[in-house]
Write a protein that binds this ligand. Sequence first.
Ligand code: SAM
Length: 252
Amino acid sequence: MNIKSIKFINYFSHGRKNINASSYIHGTAKTKLELDKTTSRTQVINYLLSNIRRKTTYLEIGVRNPEHNFNHISSDKKYSVDPGAEYKDNPVDYKMTSDEFFRLLDTDEILSNTMKFDLVFIDGLHLAGQVNRDIENSLRYIADDGFVVLHDCNPPTEWHAREDYRYQSTPAGGFWNGTTWKAFLKWRSESNVQSCCIDSDWGIGIISKTHPLGDSIQATNPFFEFSELDKNRARELNLISFEKLKLLLNGT
Ligand SMILES: C[S@@+](CC[C@H](N)C(=O)[O-])C[C@H]1O[C@@H](n2cnc3c(N)ncnc32)[C@H](O)[C@@H]1O
């Protein structure tokens, strides 16, 4: 199919009015900008794990197709959790929600409640309340020098940050970051952790108990309004490049 006929189909499926709306043009341009960024979550996670100079243990919450990330992570031990909502095969260690996983871990029914992960990658249900619980639980189970990493912390527009992923007739189309950014922003104000967000792959949030990633900020967006985030995202998320992250960690 050539570009001309794709445009023709788009024209009718989205409607002339929608496609020419400034919001639609803005949203699709923002999606393209994000897709053009090259640093991936996989690269960042592997870099962080390589910084921990011992045998490492990795946990991924929300895996979907493991070929997209999990299979490419270099760690001595790897564990995966996913209830299988989006991928029929669901080849994970724990076929359950993250809440159920941590409940069974706490009661010593799986693995061991004294174990520590070196890195937990949170990429399960992208709603702020759930992500916040995943962060709280992960922080209880990471080593002091470990990392909590989160996907989708930097939604380019309000449509990408919509609560309900089923609303796909928006300028974000099928792209969905959910409300993960709100949970990450909440933790940016916690004085007991350091945090930053790599400006690529929809925002790769990183939280640490000990590494100098970035001091906590005073909460200036108490109602988690998207327009406020959009105006101040560099400060609110502590948006940095992958190169800057390497400088921060090598300086320790
Ligand atoms: C965005 S995909 C994960 C993508 C993968 N981490 C990657 O990097 O390619 C989200 C996954 O989270 C899973 N999920 C949904 N609700 C969950 C929950 N409560 N706990 C854990 N995983 C969940 C879905 O089944 C889906 O497979």
